[in-house]
Design a protein around this ligand. Structure first.
Ligand SMILES: Cc1cc2nc3c(=O)[nH]c(=O)nc-3n(C[C@H](O)[C@H](O)[C@H](O)COP(=O)(O)OP(=O)(O)OC[C@H]3O[C@@H](n4cnc5c(N)ncnc54)[C@H](O)[C@@H]3O)c2cc1C
Length: 408
């Protein structure tokens, strides 16, 4: 008889299983894929941005939904604990821009292999190709699980760590939501987060492939203003890149479309400084068209769009351009309006916003408040963060706390 059955061999499930195993519990880990950590392998473009080296108390600033719910989990196992664990398993780590922590080898497979070693060290039994169909519950107590092939496995404690709903090919197909809902849990509607944005404005499609290294994106979210700075990429469907991906998480459950976002294309200039700089460009380019006199401040492919948005005639000569035109262009560059029509589909989102309602989970143990012996960890819970390694830390910390909370 097992002390704990873990459903899902992602970072949350593997950490939960290994932690309970390290405490002498007899653990069975069930994973429906033929390998562990299929999503973990593709994180950080195959390099795995494992966590962030900022102080753990600052993590809540980067968690978009239910950061406070994570306090106990972070206190139980934080980023330093995770980095030390990886190093003890032979994976050295390095820190990059934005305090992002990666394996020194740049190989996410090294992280997955290390977790596999940790599971074996702690005698966790692993069954691959084992899809769970449902959790058995009677009198509000867990009784075990039923596999897709009809096999029943009895156990009084189950950790549900089946992930969210994005990148379904990695195994996260939303099974856990259905299983928890069957037993009375409420699910905050799963929506795409950390997702590219669509625009119906055809002229932005002409910019496909243009990348801007440092822009500031702003959007009104209810009564608040969300802001993100970083790279922006124009694509055939609209907008992508880190600044867009991050702001999408703030829009995920609050925005109604169509929605206006504002992009400051040159945030290191004030509007006045930019107008001054444009003037200098014009002075140095007399005899040219205004549109060809901007001194490489922005990619040439963007200029016609900016003139159109600013209501300026691109055929105007530099000598005909007055202060009003320059000021208007500067204002447009500092606050380019894009009408966003929605998100790319949830399957293309990096993370799912929504999931098991955190009000129904005890934050100190991650046990369900509705079903005795049912625990949750990772993306299945209604917690999501910006990019930077925070989402994996959420998975590892919650996996650890749930595994450590199992008392037999
Ligand atoms: C492209 C991409 C890049 C990312 N990069 C980063 C990054 O660099 N840093 C970062 O912090 N975050 C990153 N993330 C987010 C991160 O991968 C997730 O937050 C994390 O994997 C969630 O872990 P989890 O264990 O909760 O769920 P998952 O990793 O989704 O694992 C859930 C597991 O449960 C299994 N499962 C599902 N249903 C069943 C069932 N019925 N029976 C048995 N098993 C089942 C699945 O097969 C899967 O293996 C990225 C996400 C994507 C999509």
């Amino acid at each position: 008889m097992y002390d704990l059955i873990v459903i899902g061999g992602g970072p949350a499930g593997m950490m939960g299983a290994a932690t309970a195993g390290a405490r002498g519990k007899k653990v069975l880990l069930l994973e429906k894929n033929d390998i562990l950590g299929k999503k973990l392998r593709i994180t950080g473009n195959g390099r795995c941005n494992l966590t962030n080296s900022s102080p753990i108390d600052d993590f809540s600033q980067s968690i978009v939904n239910n950061g406070k719910f994570m306090y106990s989990a972070f206190a139980a196992f934080d980023n330093v604990g995770l980095i030390n664990l990886m190093q003890s398993l032979g994976v050295s780590m390095k820190v990059e821009k934005g305090n992002r922590v990666f394996p020194a080898s740049d190989r996410s497979a090294d992280v997955v292999d290390a977790l596999g070693r940790r599971l074996r060290q702690n005698n966790v039994e692993i069954r691959l190709n084992a899809a769970v169909k449902e959790i058995m519950v009677s009198d509000s107590r867990v009784g075990g699980v039923v596999l897709e092939d009809g096999v029943n496995i009895k156990c009084g404690r189950v950790l549900l760590a089946t992930g969210g709903m994005s990148y379904r090919q990695t195994g996260s197909t939303g099974d856990g939501y259905r299983m928890a809902k069957m037993h009375g849990h409420s699910i905050i509607e799963p929506r795409p987060a950390l997702a590219p944005l669509l625009t119906g404005e055809r002229r932005f499609k002409d910019l496909q492939g243009v990348t801007l290294e440092n822009v500031q994106v702003r959007a009104a979210v209810g009564s608040r203003q969300a802001e993100q700075q970083g790279e922006l990429l124009f694509t055939h469907f609209g907008l992508s890149g880190p600044a867009i991906i991050n702001i999408s998480s703030y829009l995920s459950r609050k925005a109604t479309f169509p929605l206006e976002i504002k992009i400051d294309l040159l945030p290191h200039f004030s509007t006045e400084q930019l107008a001054e700089r444009l003037y200098q460009c014009l002075a140095q380019n007399k005899g040219k068209y205004f549109k060809n006199a901007l001194g490489g401040l922005l990619p040439q492919k963007m200029i016609l769009l900016l003139f159109e948005k600013a209501g300026l005639n691109p055929q105007k000569q530099v000598d005909q351009a007055g202060r009003k035109d320059v000021d208007q262009l500067a204002r447009t560059i500092k606050s380019l309006t894009v009408i966003v029509s929605g998100f790319r589909p949830i399957n293309e989102a990096i993370i799912t916003s929504g999931g098991i309602n955190t009000k129904e989970i005890n934050p100190s143990t991650l046990e369900s408040k509705k079903i005795k012996g049912l625990y949750f960890a990772g993306e299945i819970m209604d917690v999501d963060a910006l990019t930077g390694g925070y989402n994996l830390q959420i998975a590892f910390s919650s996996g650890y706390l749930s595994g450590a909370s199992v008392v037999v």
